[in-house]
Design a protein around this ligand. Structure first.
Ligand SMILES: [Zn+2]
Ligand SMILES: [Zn+2]
Length: 240
């Protein structure tokens, strides 16, 4: 589109902050406004190098969190942008449960802009979203993780696949269950249908929220078993 049309369109339809609706200046399409960004909490170092949990202190070295000292994870590293609270929790709930799929672009952009030298996007060959069961997909109309994954795939030019990993069992929503129940509930829920796609690949697995890690752990286990070389996880937010 030429600059003339851009100016004209911006005049009649000025870009809005996708989170609060405030009118923004130019070149700010698809990005939250500064005041929304300031309300979102992000994790910084020191954090747990394995699961990415941010600690309350701002000094000291990265070290394993108490969960990672005892828990067995099949993924190499997991990272979340920040805690699941405040504006981030509200926006994710709007995105998922109130069908606001237009939030996929700004939230996907936030994920794509995640910067951590220990977690470079150049490390990955393939991006996979955590799949939804076809029944849940029909109810919701879209897979929120796929929309986020698609944005990262475009920004970083990494291949995206949403066919190799399938959800073969319709499970009770994890939000209704406790930690141990979640593990049991999700066991056997995923299957790799096309192992040729994932064989030998360094995979970036995308989900919206990391709660106990049971879902991404189950996906990682199945992917490694089917021949993936490595699985890392990136989510918008982490339940504390
Ligand atoms: Zn805003
Ligand atoms: Zn940890």
């Amino acid at each position: 589109m030429g600059p003339f049309w851009r100016v004209l369109i911006d005049f009649f339809f000025p870009p809005h902050c996708p989170l609060c609706g405030k009118i923004l200046g130019e070149n700010s399409i698809d990005r939250p406004c500064p005041s929304c960004l300031a309300q979102i909490k992000f994790f910084f170092h020191p954090c747990c190098p394995r699961c990415g949990l941010g600690f309350h202190t701002t000094w000291g070295e990265d070290h394993l969190c108490s969960a990672c000292l005892t828990e067995h994870w099949d993924f190499s590293k997991a990272r979340s942008l920040g805690p699941y609270e405040g504006l981030m929790a509200e926006v994710i709930s709007r995105f998922k449960f109130r069908g606001a799929s237009r939030l996929a672009k700004p939230l996907g952009t936030l994920l794509a802009e995640y910067k951590d030298s220990e977690f470079p996007f150049s490390e990955f060959d393939l991006i996979l979203p955590v799949p939804l069961h076809p029944q849940r997909l029909r109810e919701r109309g879209f897979n929120q993780s796929l929309l986020l994954a698609r944005r990262i795939s475009r920004v970083h030019s990494i291949l995206l696949d949403f066919t190799a990993l399938q959800r073969i069992r319709h499970t009770q929503p994890q939000t209704e269950l406790s930690g141990p129940e979640r593990k049991k509930n999700i066991r056997g829920a995923f299957e790799v249908e096309k192992s040729a796609i994932i064989s030998g690949k360094r995979i970036l697995l995308i989900d919206d929220v990391f709660t106990t890690g049971a879902t991404v752990q189950e996906c990682s286990k199945v992917l490694l078993k089917a021949g993936a070389k490595q699985v890392d996880v990136l989510t918008l937010a982490r339940v504390l």
